[in-house]
Ligand binder design. Structure first.
Ligand code: HEM
Ligand SMILES: *[C@@H]1O[C@H](CO)[C@@H](O)[C@H](O)[C@H]1NC(C)=O
Length: 298
């Protein structure tokens, strides 16, 4: 009985697989080599110009790709990339998904700020439902996360602790709002005292004023993609509680120390982890859609 259920289930699964054989596919770097060979140039020109004008744009775009991938699989649910989309539509209308535009924008952002290059895999499709609301639904780890929370959240989407530590190196660029690090700079003990004071000066307590005041995630060079993030952690200058968790007497200390000494090994692992993150259950084939406007489903 049980085995016949299993067999008919397997049969059904195979039939479905054959029927939908074209709708599920793997991402590949060459996905647009015929349909939109200029996609990299188009994205690059807009992203480079935007980052040259406003460095933080690079950080925002990188973070968008992370959230996009984590929340719904990389399905292009979020935006800010209207200009990039417009440019891409200009060279090959209706062909390139917003999720792929985000993936390429993340690469171009990192490159524009001095970081490493990787081979972006493409062929994602966009979801037919807005995924933005899910951004706060508990998939993205909060900045108060403990090390085991962080490891578990990443594991839930198929990323290892090593991937998590390497990807967190993204906090070598960009800014965070006072509300995300206030508790840390006033109450934590695993923080450099001078650093805490410095951050308190523009992030008042108690809650209420200055919630949106910004501070750089990397105290040294927030506009350069380098390995300073890990050096900060070793001197207890991680801005977020979740940052400092990576070097707080736990299982990831040694990896943080390795990345702090060896930028090459950080870049190598970061690149591998970005490709892995970009592969989180994407919509492919005939699933989903190519959005006309990255902000909303068609
Ligand atoms: C490990 C778990 C992570 C936590 C808890 C976390 C948390 C945060 C928080 C709280 C902020 C500030 C947001 C705000 O003030 O509104 C932030 C910013 C940022 N995060 Fe993460 N993050 C994590 C992982 C990642 C990953 C994997 C990436 C990219 C691959 C990333 C890229 C960024 C970037 C670039 C910024 C700066 C954005 C900007 O300046 O606009 N983060 N993160
Ligand atoms: C610091 O901890 C105390 C005691 O738990 C709490 O009442 C206070 O709100 C915390 N301060 C911040 C800024 O989080």
């Amino acid at each position: 009985m049980a085995s016949s259920v299993i067999i008919s289930f397997a049969f059904l699964a195979c039939t479905l697989f054959l029927m939908t054989g074209t709708s599920s596919a793997q991402l590949t770097p060459n996905f647009y080599s015929k349909s939109c060979p200029k996609v990299f140039d188009a994205v690059s020109s807009v992203v480079r110009a935007a980052v040259a004008k406003e460095k933080r744009m690079g950080a925002s775009l990188l973070r968008l790709h992370f959230h996009d991938c984590f929340v719904n699989g990389c399905d292009g649910g979020f935006n800010v990339i209207d200009d990039v989309k417009k440019k891409v539509e200009g060279v090959c209308p209706g062909v390139v998904s917003c999720a792929d535009i985000l993936a390429i924008s993340a690469l171009e952002s990192v490159l524009a700020l001095g970081g490493p290059k990787w081979t972006v895999k493409l062929g994602r499709r966009d979801s037919k439902s807005a995924s933005l609301s899910a951004a706060n639904s508990g998939v993205i780890p909060p900045p108060t996360s403990t090390l085991s929370n962080l490891i578990n959240r990443f594991q839930a989407v198929g990323l290892s602790a090593k991937d998590m530590v390497a990807l967190s190196g993204s906090h070598t660029i960009g800014q965070a709002r006072c509300t995300t690090f206030r508790a840390r700079i006033y109450n934590d003990t695993n923080i450099d005292a001078k650093f805490a004071k410095l951050r308190q000066s523009s992030c008042p307590s108690p809650t209420g004023s200055g919630d949106n005041n910004l501070a750089p995630l990397d105290v040294k060079t927030p506009n350069y993609f380098d390995n300073d993030y890990y050096q900060n952690l070793i001197s207890q200058k991680g801005l977020l509680r979740s940052d400092q968790q990576l070097h707080n007497g736990g299982s990831t200390d040694s990896l943080v120390e390795q990345y702090s000494r060896n930028p090459k090994s950080f870049f190598q692992d970061f690149v591998a982890a970005m490709v892995k993150m970009g592969d989180i259950r994407p919509l492919t084939g005939s699933n989903g859609e190519i959005r006309k406007n990255c902000r909303v489903a068609n």
